[in-house]
Ligand binder design. Structure first.
Ligand code: SF4
Length: 239
C-alpha cells in the first residue's frame, strides 16, 4: 500500500507548488499571478488580513459544485461591485447579489448562502479560533466548505477530504472506495503532518492531480503516482 506523504512528494515534484488559495481580486499584485494565485507555495491567509480571509470564504462557497473558473468570475464581480466585505454583502439586495454570482451557478441559492455567512462573519472573526461546529451551523456550509475556511482562512490543520481527494486516495488504495468524507479525513490526518501550510499544499496538489490525470475516467499514462497505484490502467489514454 502506498504512503500518502510519499504520494504527495511525487505530486509536488511533478506539478510544483500550486500557490493556493487564489484571490481573483488580487490578480497581478506583488507575489501573485494574473489569476490571483500565489507565486510559490500554498499557504494560509496572513493573520492581519481580514479581507483576504473573507474573500477565501466567499470563494469556497462560490466554488461548491462548479468549476473554479465560474467561481473566480463571480468573485471578481463581487469585488468590482464593492460587495466583497461582510458588511456590504450582508446588507446587499438578494437580487443584486444573485446577479453578480450568476457565473458560479445555482446563483440564487449561493447568494442566500453568502448573505447568511456574511451576517455571521464578524462573530466568526472575533472568536479565538472558529470551530467546525460553528461553521457547520451556517446555512450552506458543509464539511468541505467549513474545512476550506478553517484551513486557508484560519490556519487550522485539517485535511480536506473532497471528492477529488476521496477519488485519488481510494484508487491508490489508501482508503476504501465507499469511505465517506469524515472517515477519509481522519485516515489522512493520522498519516500526515499536522501543519497548516503542508495541508494547504496537499489539497491544492490533489485538486491538480484530479484535473490532470485522476479524472472521472483516469488518464494513467505518465501519471506520477502510477508506480504505486492499485488502479493503474495501462490501457488508459489521454482523451
Ligand atoms: S495511475 Fe491512474 S488511477 Fe492511479 S492515481 Fe494515476 S490516474 Fe489515478
Amino acid at each position: 500500500m502506498p504512503v500518502l506523504s510519499h504520494a504527495l512528494e511525487r505530486l509536488l515534484e511533478a506539478y510544483g507548488p500550486r500557490g493556493w488559495w487564489p484571490l481573483p481580486s488580487r490578480a497581478d499584485e506583488p507575489g501573485r499571478d494574473d489569476e490571483g494565485y500565489l507565486r510559490g507555495p500554498s499557504g494560509t491567509a496572513p493573520a492581519d488580513d481580514p479581507a483576504c480571509r473573507f474573500e477565501i470564504a466567499v470563494a469556497a462557497v462560490l466554488a461548491q459544485n462548479t468549476a473554479w473558473r465560474g467561481a473566480a468570475v463571480a468573485c471578481r464581480n463581487l469585488w468590482r461591485a464593492g460587495l466583497l466585505s461582510p458588511e456590504a454583502m450582508a446588507t446587499s439586495s438578494p437580487e443584486r447579489l444573485s446577479e453578480l454570482v450568476m457565473p458560479a451557478g445555482t446563483f440564487r441559492i449561493k447568494a442566500g448562502y453568502l448573505r447568511a455567512m456574511a451576517a455571521e462573519w464578524p462573530s466568526i472573526e472575533a472568536s479565538a479560533e472558529p470551530t467546525r461546529e460553528r461553521l457547520l451551523g451556517i446555512d450552506g456550509i458543509g464539511y468541505e466548505t467549513a474545512d476550506c475556511i478553517l484551513l486557508y482562512c484560519f490556519g487550522v490543520p485539517v485535511f480536506i477530504a473532497d471528492a477529488y481527494a476521496r477519488r485519488i486516495l481510494s484508487r491508490t488504495g489508501l482508503v476504501g472506495s465507499c469511505d465517506g468524507y469524515e472517515r477519509v479525513r481522519r485516515i489522512a490526518e493520522a498519516s500526515l503532518p499536522q501543519e497548516a501550510d503542508y495541508l494547504c499544499e496537499t489539497h491544492a496538489l490533489l485538486v491538480e492531480h484530479a484535473k490532470r490525470h485522476c479524472k472521472a475516467r483516469p488518464d494513467c499514462k505518465d501519471c506520477p503516482l502510477a508506480p504505486s497505484c492499485d488502479s493503474y490502467d495501462e490501457g488508459s489514454q489521454r482523451g
